[in-house]
Design a protein around this ligand. Structure first.
Ligand code: ADP
Length: 493
């Protein structure tokens, strides 16, 4: 009997009353059904928000270091269960076991970092222009926050939203993507085992259009942290900001690597392959454009094509697998549709472009790693996020054209450059329109204690993680103190 996943509302695991169900299917082998989600009703979503609202007063009064201790305990529990969780993540989402272990480690790091931050929720003291006066600031929690997460990093993204939200003193309603309920349930179980009080963390498994919509529009929800598609994020931002609540959206990317003529080509090719084909291209930081100087473009395409063709595709639970499947049928079809669009727009298909078949692949959503050459900036495969293992190579004559092409995008998440010319590196850092950039390394990757996020159509609101992790989840209060005991003189504006 496959599991039916349950919601977690006010400290209780409750089966949904909904009759709408969705199976949780292993994308590497569609015969393997992990369980079933009953899509939570609007009423259940509302009850989760109410439970969080009721729990806020007491949680807010719990000292931040005590809240941090619970998050630290969750980090330890995740560490103890790392192998099981990594295996579950691979089975549910399809990424390779190495990638899953990496995601788990990132999650543990984030939780540890946030636990430490609980002892550093400091404000500042500010000198006054008046004698015997000073001011100071305090960080205060917001109330109920909603964490709305996608399926591509179903452990790390929830943890990097939930952990700082809790440490800051907020109560949480967490709604993961429908495709990844099993990991979501495990995350909540771990926080519960770590000692989260009743109502402080609630889980709603349901669709975006019903349960998600109900949560984000509930007036008790004071902030929404969202990661997902640009289309959904912009719509959500409009709705939530209209009623004056805070919103943080982390959305799509179309991340370029620039390969200069002096680049270490082996390094550029290997890093581009990692960025483009790692996690089957399903990272928001995935490399989807290679902007290559003409002089080295033939050689770059030759080598990246050879590398793509050598990739070992398969079930991610096999340690030898380098690339797993697309997450589901819909994503798989989207990727193949973009291959057709690339062809129709006149790009040259250098390799891949089809379903990967053969030994052990026929029951999964496997797509061949794909490289398009001679892509021009106006083509849809140069502009739209594919979220699959598809790399577009755009040839340019010099550095200036490379910068122009790299910046010719609505998105602005990540980027990288391959060169050893220091002046060009610093010009690139200065001029590239992305929130994060990498020098001589892939566009992907990030660390728990370093801010993460993008600009342009990629990101709205405060950056997640690192020194900025708590900014979104707190309000800043300014306190003026006057110890003169006299009527104010001066500063009367
Ligand atoms: P993806 O294709 O990565 O799932 P989406 O943007 O569609 O990207 O979804 C990201 C998350 O946002 C998911 O948890 C989804 O259920 C949720 N979501 C989608 N639509 C809405 C909505 N209207 N209101 C609230 N949440 C939503």
């Amino acid at each position: 009997m496959p599991t039916t996943y349950r919601n977690f509302i006010n400290g209780e695991w409750l089966e949904s009353t909904s009759s709408k169900t969705v199976d949780n299917i292993n994308p590497a082998n569609t015969d393997d059904v992990l369980g079933t989600v009953r899509q939570a009703t609007r009423d259940e979503a509302r009850r989760a928000v109410e439970a969080a609202a009721n729990a806020f007063r007491e949680w807010r009064a719990t000292p931040a270091p005590a809240r941090g201790r619970i998050v630290a305990r969750a980090a330890r529990l995740m560490e103890e269960d790392k192998e099981n969780l990594a295996a579950l993540l691979t089975r549910e989402e399809g990424k390779t076991i190495g990638e899953s272990r990496g995601e788990l480690q990132r999650s543990i790091n984030v939780a540890e970092f946030c636990a430490g931050e609980s002892r550093r929720m400091n404000g500042e003291t500010i000198q006054s222009e008046l004698p015997a006066n000073f001011a100071y600031t305090i960080k205060q929690p917001l109330g109920v926050v909603a964490c709305i997460t996608p399926w591509n990093f179903p452990v790390a993204i929830p943890v990097w939203k939930i952990a700082p939200a809790l440490v800051a003193g907020n109560t949480v309603v967490y709604k993961p993507a429908t495709l990844t309920p099993a990991t979501a349930v495990r995350i909540v179980e771990i926080f519960v085992e770590a000692g989260i009080p009743k109502g402080v963390l609630n889980l709603i498994l349901g669709s975006g259009s019903e349960a998600g919509d109900e949560i984000i529009n509930h007036k008790a929800v004071r902030a929404v942290s969202f990661t997902g598609s640009t289309e959904t994020g912009i719509r959500l931002y409009e709705q939530v900001s209209r009623r004056g609540a805070k919103v943080q959206c982390e959305m799509g990317g179309k991340n370029p690597v620039v390969v200069m003529e002096d680049a270490d080509l082996d390094l550029a090719v290997e890093s581009t392959a990692q960025g483009a084909f790692g996690s089957s291209g399903q990272r928001c930081t995935a490399t989807s454009r290679a902007v290559v100087i003409n002089d080295v473009a033939d050689e770059f395409v030759r080598r990246i094509t050879a590398r793509a063709q050598s990739m070992r595709i398969g079930d991610g639970s096999d340690a030898k697998t380098e690339m797993g499947p697309s997450v589901d049928e819909s994503q798989f079809k989207t990727v193949l549709r973009y291959v057709d669009i690339g062809r129709e727009d006149g790009a040259t298909l250098a390799c891949g472009g089809a379903r990967a078949t053969g030994d052990g692949l026929d029951k999964g959503y496997f797509v061949q790693p794909t490289v398009f050459d001679n892509v021009t900036p106006d083509m849809r495969i140069a502009r739209e996020e594919v979220f699959g293992p598809v790399l577009s190579v755009l040839r340019v004559k010099d550095f200036d054209e490379a910068m122009q092409v790299a910046n010719d995008s609505d998105y602005g998440l990540s980027s990288s450059i391959f060169t050893n010319d220091a002046a060009r590196i610093f010009r690139f850092v200065d001029e590239i329109e992305t929130g994060m950039t990498h020098i001589n390394s892939p566009t992907t990757g990030g660390e728990a204690h370093i801010p993460f996020g993008g600009i342009k159509s990629t990101g709205i609101g405060d950056r997640e993680q690192g020194s900025t992790a708590l900014d979104f989840y707190t309000d800043l209060k300014v306190v003026y103190v006057d110890y003169t005991g006299r009527k104010r003189e001066g500063n009367l504006y």
